[in-house]
Design a binder for this molecule. Structure first.
Ligand SMILES: CC(C)(COP(=O)(O)OP(=O)(O)OC[C@H]1O[C@@H](n2cnc3c(N)ncnc32)[C@H](O)[C@@H]1OP(=O)(O)O)[C@@H](O)C(=O)NCCC(=O)NCCS
Length: 159
């Protein structure tokens, strides 16, 4: 796993003026555009353009890593992994996420996230994640996985 950012790229907290770039990234990835508050986001800027974003949302006793998107032309170069690792470091509460499909579940497993059941969630997240869990029950073809950050052994973090 790559531990440094691409040359010419910086990771920084989002600013108010980044809101449209963030919305564009989130919408282009068909992720939920309703929970976008720029002050909760971090972005990666490369050659003067916002090419990746992700946010940490705070709930009582928990945080959610969400809205992780890398612009298609910038994928598979380590930016998404770099951002996930950075957001994990910034988290100050038990960290959770929801993801769709086995490929993303595998992606997040590398960083120390493990699937958990809805019943194990803190109360503050049960309502939020309950909606998609219900959708999965009604339409099992939508494989939504809830994951919690459990940490990594040192050797795994160096992969
Ligand atoms: C998932 C995503 C953020 C990864 O960003 P990235 O910068 O390409 O990732 P990295 O280069 O750090 O790592 C590459 C890994 O990402 C994973 N990946 C790449 N594209 C992916 C995709 N469309 N869906 C799921 N995982 C993907 C693969 O596991 C890949 O691993 P490999 O090297 O073994 O093939 C990016 O593909 C993306 O923005 N996808 C669309 C939005 C999305 O699904 N976000 C997650 C919401 S929970």
């Amino acid at each position: 796993m790559r531990n440094s950012l691409l040359l010419g790229c910086v990771l920084r907290p989002a600013r108010a003026k980044d809101i449209w770039a963030i919305r564009k990234l989130v919408l282009s990835a068909k992720l939920d555009p309703t929970q976008i508050r720029w002050s909760q986001f971090w972005v990666i800027e490369c050659e003067g353009r916002i090419v990746a974003c992700g946010q940490l949302r705070c709930f009582p006793g928990a945080q959610e890593l969400g809205s992780l998107v890398v612009a298609p032309a910038w994928r598979d170069q380590g930016l998404g992994s770099y951002l996930v690792k950075y957001l994990i470091q910034q988290a100050t509460q038990p960290l959770y996420l929801e993801c769709l499909g086995s490929r993303l579940t595998q992606f997040y497993t590398r960083f120390g996230f493990m699937p958990v059941s809805w019943t194990e969630l803190p109360r503050s997240l049960k309502w939020k994640f309950g909606v998609s869990q219900l959708a999965t029950k009604i339409l099992p073809i939508i494989p939504v996985t809830i994951m919690r950050y459990q940490g990594l052994n040192d050797w795994e973090g160096d992969r």
